[in-house]
Design a binder for this molecule. Structure first.
Ligand code: NAD
Length: 422
């Protein structure tokens, strides 16, 4: 992210906080107490490269707020990551974890590197070096990292092993998103998409009495989009359209998500699926006459330009930031329900919590139990936000996002007050 973009992200995070503070009727003292992180660590990591030279990489860990518990949030590897970006994302994690009802604060890490340009050995050295540098500030009861952009279970395994080397203790709960062989959960793969489907089902129940027979369009057919489509189909919804970066397909009778997935795996795109009635563009997909729209690809696809043409009555944000603030407001006025990303795509961090609890119990939970708990938590959170929105807000003036952030900030503020921090 450029310096300009990350400054904008931080401004946006501050704007979201300010709005929630105002909606809750709190004073400036609350805004000031939450605007900045509790701690930001910058580290410089030396890595002996394969050619014998030593290169230095810069990384950060931002610990935004710990009123509810240990900091929690991913670590991203990206050539353009900045400190401002990491700080903004750590603040967003505070709200996401609070809204999900987890006993966690918010944190985020980043290392400025293009991981695709490193050999596996160099990548391992970098990951171990980063953890050595921040080891004093993390731990299963202090700060619990996880994967994010361009980091994965293998990197989490190296990091956990390095933490063991530094502390001399097998703390499996120091990091989540680990390989299954090292205390990770099978359910991680489905977590985000399954969570999105559960939230869609719960909101659909409240809007229409159920999701069964409702038509759905899903933009993006990666991890989040495919599993959202698969589980919505299993729940009885009719997935009439899906897309990826090459374009989309439509079938009024409904598509079979697994068959489409097999074609994408074989040919590289959903557009080669022959059972569809016609091909559509990504722009058309967003404006289809469906009941439910699931943007699961990239940010800012629903804007003030296409919002007036959107026909779905329920939009469930699997992607991060697919709807602009202006579009969100316009859709609320028209009675379109937009379930915000902070609620809808929290399945990953909810699963991280289940993994962490399981690690601390010495490996106890079955796959079935992990999935049941994820479902229960997502359903409970959807109900909580829906009820708060309807009780406290004029739903045509305020998108559901306002209620979600207000609820999250309230939970953190309540914890700070009880601790004597406000
Ligand atoms: P992914 O890389 O697995 O899949 C992305 C999909 O979007 C691919 O099918 C790709 O072809 C498609 N795509 C890319 N550009 C597109 C475009 N312009 N138009 C239409 N389709 C396009 O990624 P993912 O993990 O599924 O993540 C998707 C979104 O969900 C991102 O915004 C991500 O931040 C968010 N998210 C994912 C998770 C998760 O655990 N997977 C968790 C939280 C949020």
């Amino acid at each position: 992210m450029s310096t300009f973009e990350s400054r904008r992200l931080l401004d946006e995070a501050e704007r979201i906080l300010k709005r929630a503070v105002e909606l809750l009727g709190y004073g400036d003292d609350v805004y000031e107490a939450l605007r900045t992180p509790e701690r930001v660590i910058q580290v410089k990591i030396p890595v002996r490269m394969d050619d014998g030279t030593v290169r230095y990489f810069i990384g950060w860990r931002s610990q935004h707020n710990s009123a509810l518990g240990p900091y929690k949030g991913g670590i991203r590897y990206h050539p353009a990551v900045t400190m401002e970006e990491v700080i903004a994302l750590s603040m967003m994690m505070t709200w996401k974890n609070a809204l999900a009802g987890l006993p966690y604060g918010g944190g985020k890490g980043g290392v400025r590197v293009d991981p695709h340009k490193l050999s596996p050995r160099e990548l391992e050295q970098l990951s171990r070096g980063y953890i050595r540098a921040i080891a004093k500030y993390i731990g299963p009861d202090l700060d619990i990292p996880a994967p994010d952009v361009y980091t994965n279970p293998q990197i989490m395994a190296w990091m956990m092993d390095e933490y063991y080397r530094v502390t001399g203790m097998h703390h499996y709960g120091v990091i989540t998103g680990k390989p299954v062989e090292l205390g990770g959960l099978q359910t991680r793969e489905i977590a985000t998409g399954f969570g999105v489907a559960v939230v869609a089902r719960e909101i659909a129940k409240r809007m229409w009495g159920g999701i069964e027979g409702r038509t759905v369009a899903v933009q993006g057919y990666g991890n989040a989009g495919y599993y959202a489509a698969k589980f919505l189909h299993e729940m009885g919804a009719v997935v009439v359209a899906v897309s990826d970066s090459k374009g989309g397909i439509y079938s009024s009778k409904g598509l079979n998500p697994d068959e489409v997935k097999r074609v994408k795996a074989r040919t590289g795109s959903v557009i080669h699926y022959e059972g569809a009635e016609r091909r559509i563009t990504n722009e058309e997909l967003l404006e289809l006459d469906v009941d439910v729209l699931v943007p699961a690809a990239i940010e800012n696809v629903i804007t003030e330009h296409n919002a007036p043409r959107i026909k779905a009555k329920l939009i469930v944000e699997a992607a991060n930031g697919p709807t602009t603030a202006e579009a969100d407001r316009m859709l609320a006025e028209r009675g379109v329900v937009v379930v915000p990303d902070i609620l809808a795509n929290a399945g990953g961090v909810v699963t991280s919590h289940i993994e962490w609890v399981n690690n601390r119990m010495g490996g106890w939970i079955t796959e079935e139990e992990a999935r049941r708990r994820l479902e229960e938590t997502m359903a409970r959170n959807a109900a909580k936000v829906w009820d708060f929105w309807h009780k406290e807000f004029d739903t045509q003036k305020h998108p559901m996002r306002d209620a979600a952030y207000a609820l999250a900030v309230k939970r953190v503020v309540d914890a700070m007050k009880l601790r004597g921090l406000l």
